[in-house]
Design a protein around this ligand. Structure first.
Ligand SMILES: [Zn+2]
Length: 590
């Protein structure tokens, strides 16, 4: 990842008024020193979302989310820091400077380039093998599965022969190093040190970026007794499974044009549906769709149709994918297929037209789910209604759009014969707990943050100069095991490099840290604990921690019958010292 010069980020944040930016998304009212509005990250009716213009941060007292203007864009538009910077620069008409590249980044770029090239060469070689006499049997298998030669070519299908080193030899003859082949996962090193082809006796399916570059392979076993049935490339610097949607390179134009994507599970489902003329199709490849894959898809459409086997519905990866897509704000429809059929078998048995009909008759996922779950419970009993709502409420709570959530809540209430308001309230609660906008992110939780830590953080944002002086007097051990250590460490580091400002601190925090800092900084009044007391408190807590450890050790030795060994005496002496140190700090406090 290339870096923007810090000077540029500082200028940008200076120009990009946080209130102006957030007002593009949230209507804000000035109340006192801050601006207030309805939080865009959780459903609410009374505003608990605050924006502090002077200090350049936002914070929601409802769901806890917070950060600077860039963090807002990252969270709201679900984009990375780089993209947030670019977007903001564009909004305020600032020219983005040439990106700096470190040596590491240059090396990585060169490596990625090499990996892309070697994948391309391997794909070509696999295709040649499929076309050769050695590929006859696999060609027949492809035909038997109802995949035409044209479709096979569009997918770039190939064949990896049984031999152990043919691919390795072929690629090394083209000048690719063994190290690169290993890095690409095209060959594997065995325990005895020999390096052999990873894919042997397999039908090869190239996996591409949406730009069309081959970045990995799926290999399907040719013989029925050969395991595993599917073997995939490992993850590499160019391939992350959870971020790759199979087939998007072939279907993105059709998805954009048609306004929706058909989501299927396997390579052969993809091949059949694509061949049937439904070209806006992608495959999740067996596992439930990830939020990152959903983001890939969102660049082209916000509507998805899934083909469901109703017998398997609610259990498999498809149901998980549906729920995640709903939570990410997609319109999701379900096209049910007859029991036991997947798109591959259905298209082969009933033809493309029948499949097209199924897609046309598809039903919104939430409706589908409502009917199915309702069918599983006896809604004439209280117990059945409670269970039904228990299953549906968490799903309803993940619907990001508040109006849609309420409408769905009313449908639930009708089914369960409960009043609308009860269900709406329950859903709102579920929605707040879920924090849907953050569903894709890891949120580390902080342990108990003490008053002293909160005090330091408050002053760092509101009165940096004295806070930094206080921070300078903190010794390294003072922060051991302290909940907000990462924040205070960062502030110290920035200060040592003469780069501390509240804005620079906020910008470098991760999501959880930003939540903590903005929640503390949103307190309108200075904390009751003075800065010097904060530092003393941290020191005292450190001595208390040490004393507890010393005491444990003394107890242990005593239990073992020790009374007067040099070690014991040293511990007793330290215990006394610590007691005096702690007492001294408490006296100073008064
Ligand atoms: Zn919120």
């Amino acid at each position: 990842m290339a870096l923007f010069p810090q000077q540029f980020i500082d200028d940008l944040k200076h120009h990009a008024d946080i209130v102006t930016v957030i007002q593009d998304y949230v209507s804000l009212k000035k109340t006192g020193a801050t601006y207030k509005g309805l939080c865009p990250f959780h459903g609410e009716k009374t505003p608990s979302f605050h924006v502090n213009r002077d200090k350049g941060f936002f914070h929601c007292f409802g769901c806890g989310v917070g950060g600077d203007v860039l963090k807002f864009l990252e969270l709201h538009d679900k984009i990375g820091f780089q993209d947030a910077v670019k977007q903001l620069a564009q909004r305020f008409g600032m020219t983005i400077p040439e990106l700096e590249q470190t040596d590491d980044q240059r090396a990585n770029a060169a490596e990625r380039e090499g990996l892309l090239k070697v994948h391309e060469a391997a794909a070509r070689w696999f295709q040649e093998q499929l076309a050769s006499p050695a590929g006859t049997r696999v060609r027949q298998q492809i035909t038997d599965r109802g995949v035409s030669a044209t479709t096979g070519e569009a997918l770039g299908l190939g064949f990896a022969p049984k031999s152990r080193e043919d691919l390795k030899r072929a690629l090394m003859a083209q000048g690719y190093s063994q190290a690169l082949l290993l890095r690409a996962g095209l060959v594997v090193q065995r325990d005895d040190g020999t390096v052999i082809d990873r894919f042997r006796n397999r039908l090869m399916i190239p996996i591409c970026r949406d730009t069309g570059s081959v970045i990995a392979f799926g290999g399907r076993a040719v013989d029925s007794d050969q395991g595993p049935k599917y073997l995939n490339s490992p993850e590499t610097p160019i391939y992350t499974k959870s971020r790759t949607l199979y087939g998007l390179n072939l279907s993105k134009a059709a998805i954009r044009q048609g306004g929706f994507a058909v989501l299927v599970e396997g390579y052969f489902d993809f091949a059949q549906v694509f061949q049937a003329g439904v070209q806006g199709v992608v495959a999740s490849c067996g596992t439930a769709l990830t939020p990152q894959q959903a983001q890939q898809l969102r660049r082209f459409t916000g509507r998805v149709v899934l083909s469901f086997d109703p017998d398997a519905a609610g259990q498999g990866a498809a149901a998980k994918s549906c729920e995640m897509l709903v939570a990410e704000g997609f319109d999701v429809n379900v096209a049910t297929l007859p029991g036991g059929e997947d798109p591959d078998t259905f298209v082969r048995r009933h033809g493309p037209r029948a499949y097209g009909e199924r897609l046309k008759e598809s039903q919104p996922y939430l409706e589908f789910l409502l009917d199915r779950v309702a069918g599983n419970h006896n809604l004439n009993t209280d117990e059945g209604r409670v269970k039904f709502l228990g299953e549906m409420l968490p799903i309803a709570g993940r619907i990001p759009d508040a109006a849609m959530r309420d409408r769905f809540g009313d449908r639930l209430a009708f089914k369960a014969r409960v009043t609308d308001q009860v269900v709406r309230d329950a859903i709102r609660k579920a929605a707040v707990q879920k924090q849907p906008a953050l569903s894709t992110r890891e949120i580390a939780t902080f342990g108990q943050v003490t008053k002293a830590e909160k005090g330091l953080i408050w002053w760092l944002i509101h009165e940096p100069a004295p806070a930094l002086e206080a921070l300078d007097t903190i010794e390294e051990g003072d922060l051991d095991g302290v909940a907000s250590r990462s924040v205070l460490d960062l502030a110290q580091k920035l200060n040592q490099n003469k780069g501390f400002s509240p804005s620079a601190l906020l910008e470098r925090l991760n999501i959880a840290e930003a939540q903590l800092v903005t929640s503390v900084a949103s307190e309108p009044e200075a904390p009751t604990l003075a800065l010097a007391s904060c530092v003393r408190e941290l020191r005292r807590a450190r001595y208390e921690r040490e004393r507890a450890g010393v005491q444990r050790e003394i107890d242990r030795l005593q239990t073992a019958g020790d009374s007067g060994s040099p070690q014991m005496n040293a511990l007793l002496a330290r215990n006394g010292d610590l007691g005096r140190l702690i007492h001294g700090l408490v006296i100073a406090e008064d």
